[in-house]
Every structure is written in structure tokens, then in C-alpha cells.
Ligand binder design. Structure first.
Ligand code: ADP
Length: 487
């Protein structure tokens, strides 16, 4: 079968290469995390499909690169129009495929997909500019040239949103694209490919190869025909990709994990702090930016913990299609087992699990209860490694120095949340934190103009605004002398 019906909407199960649907003899099985429903058998690509896709992208590159940003922008805006027209279908398919809340997909995630496309299209037209500057009468002019074929490897936690966060700037920069979506959540990428056809994106400019990371993904990142690799996922996979990329010296952008602190200073508004901390369970904790380590001043720890637990008790866990649900299932049995393993090992070591700590037996399946581990032993894996589930830890501190050392005390540096009622105090702390993004008295406020990425093992490079174009494009400086002109 080359098409499956998901919530009544046909989704193609084949790859999308050179504007054509391409089937593989082998498939992989896709099920819904909501209740284990079988969704379909998906074409499982490898070297052959990757070779075809990179070839198609290389052939399409010169004509796409030759278009002006305005011409490219028109097509990207048309794709965004179709995303908006099919927003409900996209939201439903994504929820079935990855178990994210339908409410969030409808209101936030899918509108963001369209916004990603529009933003980078417009940025290339209006904002991608560096003022010329003078060197002893010579003019320096900076420009951004299309670089070639960008390979995009994306994760399953916000599949289409994170894919378009890469697709949009790559296409706007004049690159062509081969996307390898995560094997647990391939459906919206396939549906999106149809929208690009409707919008008139030339064949070969955007390609999708489905399959396992170790097969399709590995073949793609090792391909010598790429100009860029952009990856969002885990640190171990990034290391494998970096080794492959090294053979061809393909530039890589990595957005990796985190173990970000959610810091509550003694002068914080406790209600706000509790709300922000509880938000860290969003998407069943499957958010790289999540502030999973709550660090709270010891003087207010008890009051904060009471406010936190009262808020957390109002969270309703359930079917993500139900608008009343706040927390859905984990994405996949393998991932569920991984989360449970972390919590079980912490419990076996005697950790104080004050909330949750187990699967939700009422719901069964892949639903894990929102969990809080109180004062984990310093250095234990529950407080140093990324769990990527609804599992938060809470530690107390007495001084700012102690706080900063705790906050910066992991190998990650993706994000941090600081809750404080005192601007000077907040400022003093933020200056000392190692993090790509810091939110003060807020969470998840994201502007595509802002640099986004991680320090330390949380990533390599930054994307967003000009930073995205600096990565996907070949940045060029042209120096023009004042002399030698026959004028
Ligand atoms: P997780 O373990 O949480 O699924 P990964 O980092 O392994 O996170 O997966 C993110 C993406 O990386 C997925 O699309 C996956 O298929 C892909 N991937 C996994 N292994 C490789 C690899 N060796 N080469 C290229 N891509 C890979």
C-alpha cells in the first residue's frame, strides 16, 4: 500500500525524491503512541534512495540557486498558505504519529510551521544584509551565496516544526534539501512534501528519504555530495554524524540535548515560579529546552514545593486528542522504557521520589506520570543526564555561588530559566550562566530573529535570523578597490 489514511486523510508512505514518489521494497512499521494503533508500513530507505535523493537535489540546485530571494520567497509563502489551509489535517496527523497534544498542534505548533516558512523567506528578502565597510578606500561587500545540498536530520518530538526550522532557511538561502525525518514520526514530512508540489516548488529542490537512522540517516550524512548537515537529536548520534561528516569536511550544525536549570531565587514570585516549573512537563517532557533541574533557594523551598505540587496536581494526563488533556503519552515504547529505566534506577539508589515515579496504570500504554525527584544525590545520572521525559528534579542552594556552580554543573548548556523579583539579582545570575538561551520570568518565548543553539555538548553553532543564513549559505566578502576603473 502506498497510501494510508490517518484520521481520514491520505498520507503517502513512500519517499519523495526528485518530485516523484519512490517506493522501497523494505518497510518499517509505524504505530500511534496514543494507543498502539497500527498506522502503516512506511518505505524504508538506505544507500540507494539516499544516492537518488542527493543526485536529484544536486540537479535541482543550479536553477533554484539562480532564483532571486523574492522568487524563492513567493514559493515558500505559497507552501505556508497550504500549511495554513491544511492546518487541522497536519495537527491531527502529527498527534496520531507522535502523541503530542492536539490542542498545542492546532494552536501553536502548526501555525509555527507556516511562520517558519514565511519568516525565513522574508528575512532573505529584507533583512539579510551587512553594511558595506571601508578599508583604506576599498569597499568590503558581504553576501550570502547558496551553498548546495543541505542534509537535514530531524527528531520526533516536534517533527514538522523542527524540520521547517531547517527547511525554511535552507531553501530561502538557495540550497536544495534532503530531509530524513525520525523513523518514529515520518508522516507529516511526507504530507508536507505534497504541499510543496501544490505550491509549485520545482522537482528535486525538496526531497524526503524515510528510514532508520543507522541506515538512511547514516548513508545520507556520509554522502560526499552534500554542502551542509543540520541535525537535531542526541549527543551520541551527533558524534557518529560528526565522524561521518569529517571524511568530506561537510560543515555541521548540531542542536542537541540539555539538562537545563529552572532557577527560583529567594526573591521570586512563587506562583509564577511554580507555573513556570510545571510548564517543564510540556509535551510529556520531550522538549530539549526543558528546565528539568529545579534549583530553588533553601529559604523558600518548602513554600515553592507546596505551590509546585498544587499546580502539578491540576495537570490532567490523557489522550492527546482530548482538549482537556495536558500531558499525553511518550512517543514510543523504547523511549518509554528508557525514561522508566532512569526513574527505576534512581529509586533503587534511594532517591526521594515525591511525585509520580511510575507509569500511569489507569491509562496503561505509554503514559508516564509527571515525576519529581527531591534532592537527588549530586552527580547521580537522574540529575546529570537528559531523561527527555516528564521527570524533574529539585535541589536547593544557599548562596548565589552555590547556585551558579550547580546550574553550570553538567556537560550541557542549552537553556536556563531564572525566576526572580529583583532585576539586579536576575542580571547578576544570568551573566554567569552557560546557556544558549536564558528566559527570565518566562519560558519558551521564541523569536526567529534570535540566535538559537547550545553551548558545551548542547550543540555546535547557532541558528535563527542571520545565523541560519551564515550556516546554510556560503558567506562571501567582495573587496573592491577605488582604482583601476575605466570611467
Ligand atoms: P533518539 O535516540 O532520541 O531517537 P537520535 O539522535 O538517535 O535521538 O535521533 C534523531 C534523528 O537522528 C532521527 O531522525 C534518527 O533517525 C537520526 N539518526 C540516528 N542515528 C543516526 C546516524 N547514525 N546517522 C544519521 N542519522 C541518525
Amino acid at each position: 500500500m502506498t497510501t494510508i489514511e490517518v484520521v481520514g486523510v491520505p498520507v503517502d508512505t513512500r519517499h519523495f525524491i526528485g518530485g516523484q514518489r519512490v517506493e522501497s521494497a523494505e518497510t518499517f512499521t509505524n504505530t500511534s503512541p496514543i494507543d498502539g494503533t497500527f498506522l502503516g508500513e512506511i518505505s524504508r530507505g538506505g544507500q540507494v534512495e539516499v544516492d537518488r535523493a542527493v543526485q536529484a537535489a544536486r540537479e535541482a540546485f543550479p536553477a533554484w540557486a539562480a532564483k532571486t530571494p523574492i522568487e524563492r520567497g513567493e514559493i515558500l509563502h505559497r507552501i505556508a498558505d497550504f500549511v495554513e489551509q491544511r492546518l487541522e489535517d497536519l495537527a491531527n496527523i502529527e498527534t496520531m504519529d507522535n502523541g503530542g497534544l492536539l490542542r498545542s498542534n492546532l494552536r501553536g505548533v502548526m501555525p509555527r510551521v507556516a511562520h517558519n516558512l514565511r519568516f525565513f523567506a522574508d528575512y532573505a528578502i529584507h533583512d539579510l544584509d551587512h553594511p558595506d565597510f571601508d578599508t583604506r578606500g576599498h569597499t568590503n561587500h558581504v553576501s550570502w551565496d547558496p551553498s548546495g545540498v543541505a542534509a537535514l536530520i530531524t527528531p520526533w518530538n516536534a517533527p514538522l516544526m523542527l524540520a521547517t526550522w531547517k527547511i525554511a532557511p535552507a531553501l530561502a538561502a538557495g540550497d536544495t534539501v534532503v530531509l530524513k525525518p525520525a523513523e518514529w514520526t515520518p508522516l507529516t514530512a511526507s504530507f508536507f512534501a505534497d504541499l510543496t508540489v501544490q505550491a509549485g516548488l520545482p522537482a528535486g529542490v525538496f526531497n524526503v528519504v524515510q528510514g532508520y537512522g543507522a541506515e538512511a540517516g547514516a548513508a545520507l550524512v556520509a554522502h560526499p555530495g552534500l554542502s551542509r548537515i543540520s541535525f537535531t537529536g542526541s549527543v551520541p548520534t551527533a558524534k557518529v554524524i560528526a565522524r561521518s561528516a569529517a571524511d568530506n569536511l561537510t560543515p555541521c550544525s548540531f542542536e542537541l540535548g540539555g539538562k537545563s536549570p529552572c532557577i527560583v531565587l529567594h526573591d521570586a514570585d512563587l506562583e509564577l515560579a511554580a507555573s513556570l516549573a510545571v510548564e517543564q512537563y510540556d509535551n510529556a517532557g520531550q522538549v530539549c529546552l526543558s528546565g528539568t533541574r529545579i534549583l530553588v533557594h533553601e529559604d523558600i523551598a518548602d513554600a515553592f514545593a507546596a505551590a509546585f505540587r498544587a499546580k502539578a496536581a491540576t495537570l490532567k494526563q490523557g489522550d492527546p486528542r482530548d482538549p482537556e488533556s495536558d500531558i499525553g503519552p511518550q512517543v514510543h515504547q523504547t523511549h518509554f522504557d528508557r525514561i522508566k529505566g532512569f526513574v527505576d534506577r534512581a529509586a533503587a539508589e534511594g532517591a526521594d521520589i515525591v511525585m509520580g515515579g511510575e507509569p500511569n496504570a489507569d491509562l496503561g500504554g505509554l503514559y508516564f506520570r509527571p515525576t519529581l525527584v527531591h534532592q537527588p544525590s549530586p552527580g547521580s545520572e537522574i540529575v546529570t543526564q537528559e531523561v527527555f521525559g516528564p521527570v524533574l528534579t529539585m535541589q536547593t542552594f544557599a548562596t548565589d555561588d552555590e547556585l551558579v556552580s550547580l546550574a553550570n554543573g553538567t556537560e550541557f548548556g542549552l537553556a536556563a530559566i531564572v525566576v526572580s523579583g529583583d532585576r539586579e539579582h536576575a542580571d547578576k545570575i544570568t551573566k554567569q550562566l552557560v546557556a544558549g538561551t536564558i528566559w527570565v520570568n518566562c519560558f519558551f518565548v521564541r523569536d526567529l530573529r534570535a540566535p538559537f543553539g547550545g553551548s558545551r555538548k548542547s550543540g555546535v553553532g547557532r541558528e535563527g535570523g542571520t545565523w541560519s543564513f551564515d550556516f546554510y549559505a556560503d558567506v562571501k566578502n567582495t573587496v573592491v578597490a577605488p582604482t583601476g576603473w575605466k570611467e
